[in-house]
Design a protein around this ligand. Structure first.
Ligand code: SF4
Length: 318
């Protein structure tokens, strides 16, 4: 069952005026269609700047959406106002890349964790404290942290606190935007395993955004590969890692050979990601694709299905 459906979503915004007073349009998210199934971990993979974080912010209504629909349990959230919006933010929460900037440095941990409950529930002080302590235990912390400020903790501990805060209102969906990339490698595995455990304990659905294919392979059930604001390939994690179809997916995997032992035809990713202000015509990947054909420069490729769950957009599979 789909808990969230994204239909033809577009996020286009204008740059600030340059020295000559001119602005440019930035095409950050372009016609994305995606379903997220209840209880799964769907990873969004792609290079920095491909639009992954803008997609997550769009799902949280933190950026203006130009067009499209975001359907949560059958209702388009873009029409939500006031109470509906408040209820929406109880169901969906976000964990950010940098746990220091996402926690108010002037508030003690106890205040940070109590705040969403004080605003959104009618729980008594005693009930709030009980809920906080239970959640802290789930994320591997305890009561001793309540009177401290965020700067008094390590990066890993701060991310545990940020995760605890995201759990305070018992959400159904967590959007995790590069949640371990700012952490030491030794701490990353602990946080990844914590997220995996919390998914089980709270029956959560995750949209997990990362450029780290190793983490994605370990954690996710399904993967959507994003390039220049578009989803170019989706599939079960094993389909993407064992039999990648899109040249961009193959190029990403080629950069991490230990993850794609079954792929014989490696592709080196060359050139820079084009600017989202000047999107290439046709297939957006054609400026970097070693298999580019003339049709790729003019026509947007349709979707080809390789299984019920695996599809990609590429003229090679017409
Ligand atoms: Fe390469 Fe053409 Fe496929 Fe795009 S559509 S990935 S340019 S072969």
């Amino acid at each position: 069952m789909n808990i969230l459906e994204i239909k033809n979503l577009n996020v286009v915004y204008e740059t600030k005026k340059n020295a000559f007073g001119a602005t440019q349009k930035v095409y950050a998210v372009n016609g994305i269609n995606l379903e997220i199934k209840k209880g799964e971990i769907l990873a969004i993979a792609g290079e920095s700047g491909c639009g992954k974080s803008t997609l997550a912010k769009a799902l949280m209504k933190l950026v203006d959406i130009s067009s499209g629909e975001i359907i949560l349990e059958g209702t388009n959230i873009l029409n939500f106002k006031d109470k509906e919006l408040k209820d929406f933010y109880k169901k969906i929460q976000m964990i950010f890349q940098n746990p220091y900037s996402s926690l108010n440095p002037k508030m003690k941990i106890g205040q940070i964790l109590a705040e969403p409950l004080e605003i959104n529930t009618k729980l008594t002080k005693k009930e709030i404290k009980k809920h906080i302590l239970e959640t802290l235990e789930k994320v591997g912390l305890d009561e001793s942290c309540l009177n401290n400020y965020p700067h008094e903790f390590s990066g890993g501990q701060r991310q545990r606190i940020a995760i605890a805060r995201a759990l305070m209102l018992n959400p159904e969906i967590i959007l995790a935007d590069e949640p371990v990339s700012a952490l030491d490698v030794s701490i990353q595995a602990q946080i990844i395993n914590l997220l995996k455990q919390l998914k089980q304990d709270y029956n959560l659905t995750f949209l997990f955004i990362s450029h780290d294919l190793g983490v994605i392979k370990y954690l996710s059930d399904r993967v959507a590969v994003m390039y220049l604001g578009e989803i170019v390939e989706t599939g079960q994690t094993e389909e993407i890692f064992n039999d990648p179809k899109h040249p961009y997916t193959r190029a990403l995997l080629s950069a991490v050979p230990e993850l794609n032992s079954k792929t014989t035809d490696l592709i080196e990713l060359t050139g820079e990601l084009p600017s989202p202000e000047n999107l290439p015509m046709g297939c957006k990947f054609h400026t970097r694709c070693p298999f580019v054909m003339s049709v790729c420069q003019t026509d947007i490729p349709n979707s080809t299905n390789f299984s019920n769950t695996h599809k990609c957009h590429c003229h090679l599979y017409k």
